[in-house]
Each structure stands twice: as C-alpha cells, then as structure tokens.
Design a binder for this molecule. Structure first.
Ligand SMILES: CSC[C@@H](O)[C@H](O)C(=O)COP(=O)(O)O
Length: 360
C-alpha cells in the first residue's frame, strides 16, 4: 500500500497505460500523464518524466505489461512473443547506469521464454509479475527505512544528494525513506539538501518531498557541502545508489564521490542506502559500470530556455560517478547494514533471507 498522497509510477486500472507523475513539472505542477506503449514509456524514462533507479525499473515492468495488453489482438503467438522481446530491448536501453532497469527486464524476459497456451495467459503472467515488482519495492523500502533509522542519532544534521524519496521509488524511498522514518520516530532531524546540478533533483524534488512531510531542511548549492562539514554542521551523509558492484564500488548521482571524499576527510559517516536489487553481483568493480552522459543543454540551459554560456561552449555532462567502496561506511539494505563483498552467492543468500522473513 502506498502511504504518500502522490505516486511516481502505477498501472492504470484498465491496464492500458502506465500513469507517471511528471517529475519534470515538479514542484510547480503535480501532473499525472498516461503512457500507452513500451516505446512511450521508454521515451518517458529517457526524458526523465520518471527517474530514480527503482522507479525506472517499475515503470519498465509496467511498460512491458501495457505493451502485452496492447498487442493482445495479434493473431500469431510467436509474433506476439517477438514484439514483447523487442519491447524489453527498447526499455532496457532507455537509461544505462541504474541496474534495476535491466534486472526488471530480465525478470519479465524469463516469462517470455516459458510455455503458455495463449497470448492472454502470457499477458496475465506479465501483468502479475510487473505488479509484484511494484509491491515488492514498497515493502523493501519500508524495511530499509526501519533498518536505517537505527543509524540516526536523536538529533542529526543529515547531508543528502539528488532525490531518493518516494518519487524515485514507488513509496518511502531509500535514503529519504530512512530520514522520513527517523522523523516519524520523533527524532530532531534537519536535512541539508544539495540542489544536485545539473537537473536539480534535490532543489526541485527533495525539497518538495520533505515539505510534504514537514521535515526541517535547508537547500544548499552542491559546492557548499565541504564548508558545512568543515563547520561541523553535518553529522551523517545518506545517499542512494544506481548500481553497486560486488566489491562495493557504487554508481550514484554525480557529486556523490566528492561528498564521500569530504566525509572521509572530516570523519563523518557516509552510508549508501540501497535495495539489494541495485546491487549487481555480476560486475567485480565500478570500472565496469557504464556512466550515462547526458546532453549539453542540461548545463547550458538549466531552465530550458536561456543560455548560461555560449551555445558553442564545449560541455561534458556525466550524470553519475563511482564512489570506491573504501569511502563507504556501510550499505543500508532491507536485510541489514552490510559490508561488501556482494558476490553472487552472498547476494542470493541475502535475497533468500529477506524472502523467508517476509513469508513468516
Ligand atoms: C532511489 S535511490 C537512487 C538514486 O540515488 C537515484 O537513482 C538517483 O541518483 C537518480 O538519478 P536520476 O538521474 O535522477 O535518475
């Protein structure tokens, strides 16, 4: 069950579209839009109507489900399956860094390789799986929030980058979910919100979410983080993750590495808050993570219209960076606060442990 008065991603009741809260319009406008095919959802992911590793994954799952529904009238079963394979490829390619996207697509691909006697039965299986992925996300983030709350002292100034709230997931969020749980528990929390250049997810989305929840906060420019640490105004850093390698190297929003280095220098705990689904045990280190490069206009025209530097300025716009594991105090997950390595065996054991806890 979603506990917020807003939901970043959901399936329309008639199963014909994915309903996304258009995050590009926040905080000025709370506008929900419907996307009727896998290619429309892929475009919405690329354009960042929906963003945040877990939310992107769930949107992709629903995108394939909607496509399966849309194509039900195709007569030939093999053709139907092939179209859905193509939808999977398209969605998987929509953004490269966050692992949740490919993890969700893999789960649905597995269904495509199984035996079904009709388009309808395959469509039902895909719908069920996509809905399960969405509800799992809510439960996982709630567990993360409860576990992460243990790290928050009774009074704390917490530094946060990007947006990791309910908008970046289905509900609760990762790092912001932990903060919300601490606030609900009555702790005196104040959040330093990094505006998060160049897309301003912190300024536009995190401030909005914290305001909805009445959590005290102050917006800062990203480059003020070091000064605040130096002034002893930061007790704890909490951020999310887009992909964690098995050695613990972590890809997250650009600026995370800088924050982690500064936190180490000032002896401030720096935690990655992440579901196990963002851990990619198939890669050994951060060197194997593809960093998304985004268009120059995000930097040259931050508000969409007027240029802040001449149009011919050469721009480099990596959307993420890699924080080496040695700078990370721990990983807050749905099964506990963990240390790497996260090998395939370790990850499988942790997932099993979580599943058995939720069944009992
Ligand atoms: C929900 S935690 C993951 C986040 O840290 C997150 O995915 C993130 O950094 C978002 O990047 P974005 O480029 O806005 O999709």
């Amino acid at each position: 069950m979603v506990t917020n008065p807003y939901c970043s991603v959901q399936l329309a009741e008639d199963h014909k579209s994915v309903v996304l809260l258009d995050q590009r319009r926040l905080p000025n406008l709370k506008e929900y839009r419907n996307f009727y095919s896998a290619s429309e959802v892929a475009e919405a992911i690329r354009e960042m109507v929906v963003r945040g590793a877990p939310a992107i994954g769930v949107a992709a799952g629903f995108g394939i489900a909607v496509e399966a529904h849309r194509l039900l009238n195709l007569r030939d079963f093999e053709g139907y399956r092939k179209e859905l394979e193509m939808a999977c490829d398209l969605l998987e390619r929509s953004r490269p860094t966050a692992v949740n996207l490919s993890w969700v697509v893999q789960r649905i691909r597995k269904l495509l390789s199984q035996e079904y006697n009709s388009q309808e039965s395959l469509e039902r299986a895909i719908m069920k799986e996509a809905s399960l992925i969405s509800s799992e996300d809510v439960a996982v983030n709630y567990s993360i929030a409860k576990i992460g709350n243990q790290l928050i002292p009774h009074r704390a100034n917490i530094l946060h980058l990007c947006n990791t709230g309910a908008l970046a997931t289905v509900d609760w969020g990762t790092a912001l979910g932990v903060i919300r749980m601490g606030h609900i528990a009555g702790k005196e929390i104040h959040v330093w919100v990094c505006e998060t250049r160049p897309r301003l997810q912190g300024a536009k989305l995190t401030t909005w979410e914290l305001q909805q929840q009445n959590i005290p906060m102050t917006l800062i420019v990203d480059s003020a983080a070091g000064y605040l640490m130096q002034m002893k105004k930061v007790d704890l850093c909490l951020v999310g993750a887009d992909r964690v390698a098995s050695n613990g190297d972590t890809a997250n929003k650009i600026g995370t590495y800088t924050m982690a280095c500064l936190a180490r220098l000032h002896h401030i705990p720096f935690y990655i808050v992440t579901p196990l689904s963002s851990i990619d045990a198939n890669i050994i280190s951060g060197d194997e993570i593809q960093i998304e490069e985004r268009l120059s206009d995000e930097i040259l025209r931050p508000s969409g219209e007027s240029l802040v530097a001449s149009e011919t300025t050469s721009v480099y716009n990596p959307a993420f960076d890699i924080t080496p594991a040695c700078f990370i105090s721990g990983f807050v997950t749905e099964v506990g606060i963990l240390q790497p390595p996260f090998t395939l065996q370790v990850l499988a054991r942790l997932k099993k442990e979580y599943a058995s806890r939720t069944i009992t």
